[in-house]
Ligand binder design. Sequence first.
Ligand code: GDR
Length: 344
Amino acid sequence: MPTALITGITGQDGHYLSKLLLARGYAVVGVSRQAQRLATADGLTLRNLDVADTKALEELFGNFAFDEIYNLAGPSFGPASWEQPLESVQTMGVAVVAMLELVRRSGRPIHFFQASSSELFGRAAESPQRESTPFRPVTPYGFAKLMAHAAVGAYRQRHGLFACCGILFNHESPLRGETFVTRKITRALARIKLGLQDTVFLGNLNAKRDWGHAKDYVEMQWLMLQQKTAEDFVIATGEQHSVRDFVNAAAREVGFKVTWKGKGVKEKGYADGKCIVAVDPRYFRPTEVETLLGDASKARKKLGWSPKIRFAELVSEMMREDLRAAERDELVKKHGFATYDRHE
Ligand code: GDR
């Protein structure tokens, strides 16, 4: 039974990847600063651990013999990294060098996956972005990820480690954090539908992203570690949509016609079937990345990978799950508890 380490187990990808590995018969060790929040499962060992704590990492490597490592740890919300640039570099840059050193010193043929990000491209030099596109990060999140990306490449060359990076474009799911624009939209529209909220305030509606489903992206992470040689790959759908498109697609799911407003919108309650989207400059970003689009043809050709879940299906699943959550919230508001929760 192979043993895999997943750092950042409490995140969206940690969830989907641990399910995939457990289903394939792996023993999974999951670490996170808040691993205690998760329910245990057969084959899953959880540990509270901060990857920036090199001593704790060393102990972990002493206690387990890993075959595969998936490094997904790190605060994933890019703009917030300006509030803690040093911490970003420590958890997403320095910690990766520490892990690579531990892999090297273990003498074991560990396969190492690093979650790189399309944030590396920043204001991209070309479109679509592929493995050879220059990196120009514009946030601490981005430059910390760049350090890790470069370290993985250097360790691969210098020490022959099986270490590789997946350059992951935006990937979402019902488990996406609520600060990201996709989840913010589906959550808000569900709450508007149930009369729990009136308006959703957003920033740049013209920003364009290549949005895929996290479930497809973790499959690719696993595939990358099953190859004969370690190589970096772009993981993306090759399809681009604007934030406005996302709102429209989500609104169609709940039967809303959207009214768009500029700043200074006066809040009021809206009847069922109406939805107000107001632009609030508070959500504009000083170092905005306007557009990202990935070219995953290398993954398609070499690994036969292509995403199974398309944009419309992704939006629909997120909308459905957030409607369920909003229904529960409404029941709690009305009765103090959600009756059907008891039977789940
Ligand atoms: P991003 O994701 O920064 O691309 O990083 P996010 O969903 O936060 O933003 C996407 C685009 O939407 C615009 N936008 C808003 N964004 C948020 N969060 N809230 C709003 O109200 C809003 N209105 C418009 C943003 O300006 C942006 O252009 C994600 C993360 O997953 C990173 O971890 C990962 O590295 C990159 O994707 C690739």
